[in-house]
Write a protein that binds this ligand. Structure first.
Ligand code: GCV
Length: 688
């Protein structure tokens, strides 16, 4: 009987171990003899003195017994030596050095958080079969998550449950998850979190909420994570009962100054504010005839005495049915270059529209020589299939970061610009809109964890590749068998392009469901704003499809350096994956492979569906080689993805066929349903 109970308990533990909660920190046992031979003798003991190193030591104590089957004892001469050394010569104060000598591994850093990062580096090396040595410094100063979490527990564009923050329990009860959240971020080097939605409730600045925010900040601090708040620009009016929130009025400035003082009295290392102003209905300085500079600098002055930062978003666009939203951020912000206070960063989305599956880089990145810009990526898959489609976003992040902007008429990657190398930024930042939620596995789709992981790793080093990050992540989560790792890695690396193929080939953009942004709705012609329709973007007619952004159209291309825009300006030389971003392409236009555009376009949707079927087959092959629960979870989601890929294909092919009036390419089977039938599917998903 006892034996059976034991077996039952063991099975239960196994199941828990596979539920994804532990992310990339489940630390399954190392089998590789070479790795064991190298690490086991060197991790028999941990040596440290500094009290601030307790959290780093805790991570070692947690991981090493699981990974290596040994329990390091405290103290001695050999073993893992952890040291805070303010004198150490290092590129970045958050960096660390690792050295191996005899039977010891030493991790040394000027700050305790550097040692913690070093410990996570060591654990990564153990799991990826590498030996640690060298200096490691972050290339970006602010490595940040943006949570779009509301105070009622919902998450705007969140697909993995409710908010992680339980406002009704705080500050008294600290959910153990807060600490695990901090550990996961620290393991990647993320050092900042904006805990609430940019569509911000003023309530977050109330004294009632600030004590709750302080409770979270206290949990995150030992892990090197600073808390920021998104602020509602009208807070002085809403909370402070002032007649308005005009940034040039002394009483408004005083309100913000006193609010900043109150925050810092509770949270001495508070990071600062993130602001969405005069965008999509949010209040801002322009409500009072003032400018972004007036607004941002007023907040910057309130935070400055405390060392706080303002992240001011460039996601601003006025509704103009005849205009081009693509140009809005540049037109709004370029004239203000050089006018922002020195603790302001302008936060820019990776592309000019809004986190589409493939966008060209935002032209602002090439144009602001005197203002530091932060990159805003979206990790939550608002436009990339929510939590049912498997899309490894690192491929997209990498494509963007490696883009050669041709700034200064030489090879200048966007990564270099963000690192401050090109324009000598005084601050550098990479942020990602988080995909986390209360789901047990944090991200809904088990493979979505890799996107959080990749964002963190690329914020630390924007020159890392999607491929190596995938390999690291798989080895720490799914398998260390080299064949399985490389099979899953290939699948991951294919997913983004597959998604593009069945939703937005050749640069088709903004054809998703209106409002909820899920599924296809290329026929949307009415929305609360003209630039929220699909027709505004694809401009399909009997001649062709796509937005002419050359000098015969909106001329948005002129916002880039000439050397960058030149190839995009002509239909002959425009990279095919960006065609519809910049050209109204005739249906009959011959492409490089000899197909006319219509045929090539339709074939991509069909190809995408086939590729999802390929993914399903390939995933079946890893059955028994990855944790069973994850296997089943991904298999099931792939079924949904397949169904929805067909939905996208049928919707786009049937709808655009009403313009091209052309037959499907030979050999392709026509959709089994009519356009009217496909349109009804969308109705099911509509919130209205
Ligand atoms: C938080 C898009 C999203 C909005 C989001 C906005 C933004 O428009 O659909 O939900 O609002 O971007 O980034 O501010």
């Amino acid at each position: 009987m006892k034996r059976y109970l034991f077996i039952l308990l063991f099975l239960c533990l196994q199941v828990r171990a596979e539920d994804g909660y532990k992310l990339w920190m489940s630390y399954s046992k190392i089998e590789d003899p070479k790795t064991l031979n190298f690490y086991k003798p060197r991790l028999q003991a941990i040596v440290w003195e500094d009290k601030d190193l307790e959290v780093a030591v805790e991570e070692v104590k947690l991981a090493i017994p699981k990974l290596l089957g040994i329990t390091p004892k405290k103290g001695g001469k050999n073993g893992l030596i952890l040291k805070v050394n303010p004198q150490i010569n290092i590129t970045n104060p958050e960096g660390y050095k690792v050295s191996v000598s005899g039977q010891s591994i030493t991790i040394e850093a000027p700050r305790s958080v550097g040692v913690l990062y070093g410990v996570f580096h060591l654990l990564r090396c153990i799991q990826t079969g590498q030996e640690p040595a060298g200096e490691f410094s972050p290339k970006i100063q602010h490595r940040m998550l943006n949570h779009w979490d509301n105070n009622n527990g919902t998450i705007e564009r969140g697909y993995a449950g409710m908010s992680l923050w339980k406002w009704y329990e705080l500050p008294e009860r600290l959910d153990p998850r807060y600490k695990d959240y901090a550990r996961a971020n620290a393991s990647l080097g993320i050092n900042a979190t904006v805990i609430n939605n940019v569509n911000a409730s003023a309530r977050f600045l109330s004294s009632e909420y600030l004590v709750k925010v302080k409770a979270l900040a206290d949990v995150f601090r030992p892990y090197g994570i600073k808390v920021y708040l998104s602020v509602n620009f009208a807070s002085p009016r809403i909370l402070g009962k002032l007649p308005d929130a005009d940034p040039l009025k002394p009483e408004v400035q005083k309100w913000w100054k006193e609010k900043a003082d109150e925050i810092y009295s509770l949270i001495p290392d508070f990071g600062g504010f993130l602001v969405k102003a005069n965008s999509e209905g949010e209040p801002g300085p322009m409500d009072y005839g003032r400018t972004h500079v007036d607004g941002a600098n007023m907040l910057a002055k309130a935070l400055k005495p405390h060392g706080g930062m303002v992240f001011w978003r460039a996601f601003v666009y006025a509704p103009d049915p005849k205009g081009d939203r693509f140009k809005a951020a540049y037109e709004e912000f370029k004239p203000y270059d050089g006018q922002f206070d020195d603790n302001v960063i302008i936060q820019v989305k990776n592309g000019p529209i809004d986190f589409m599956p493939r966008e060209p880089i935002s032209p602002l990145f090439t144009a602001m020589e005197k203002t530091p810009l932060a990159m805003e990526f979206q990790v939550t898959q608002e436009y990339l299939g929510w939590a049912t489609h498997w899309v490894y976003l690192a491929s997209m992040f990498e494509e963007c970061l490696k883009t050669d902007t041709r700034v200064k008429n030489r090879k200048t990657t966007l990564s270099e610009i963000l690192q401050g190398k090109t324009f000598g930024y005084r601050h550098t930042a990479i942020t990602g809109v988080a995909n986390t939620g209360s789901d047990r596995n944090w991200t809904g789709h088990p493979m979505g964890q890799a996107n959080w992981y990749a964002l963190g790793r690329m914020a630390w080093d924007p020159d890392l590749g999607a491929k190596e990050i995938a390999q690291e992540w798989i080895s720490q989560t799914l398998s260390r068998d080299s064949k399985t790792v490389s099979d899953i890695q290939s699948m991951m690396l294919s997913t983004r392009e597959i998604y593009v193929n069945y939703t937005s080939p050749f640069g088709l953009h903004h054809v998703m469901g209106e409002g909820h942004h899920f599924g296809p709705e290329p026929w949307v012609e009415k929305a609360p704003r003209p630039d929220w329709t699909a027709l505004y973007y694809h401009k399909a007619d009997e001649k062709g499809i796509g937005f002419d952004r050359t000098n015969t159209g909106s001329n948005a291309l002129a916002q880039y350096p000439k050397e960058f825009s030149a190839p995009f300006s002509s239909l002959e030389t425009c990279p095919e994956e960006f065609l519809l971003w910049f050209h109204h392409v005739p249906w009959d236009r011959k492409l490089k492979n000899g197909d006319i555009f219509w045929e090539a376009f339709v074939k991509k949707f069909y190809q995408g569906v086939k590729e999802v079927e390929g993914l399903q087959r390939d995933w079946e092959k890893v059955k028994g080689k990855v944790p069973q629960e994850t296997f089943e979870n991904v298999s099931a989601r792939l079924k949904t993805q397949h169904k929805e890929a067909i939905w996208w294909r049928d919707a786009c092919v049937l709808y655009f066929q009403t313009f091209s009036k052309k037959a499907l390419p030979a050999g392709l089977k026509a959709p089994e349903r009519t356009l009217e039938e496909v349109k009804k599917i969308v109705d099911v998903y509509h919130i209205r």
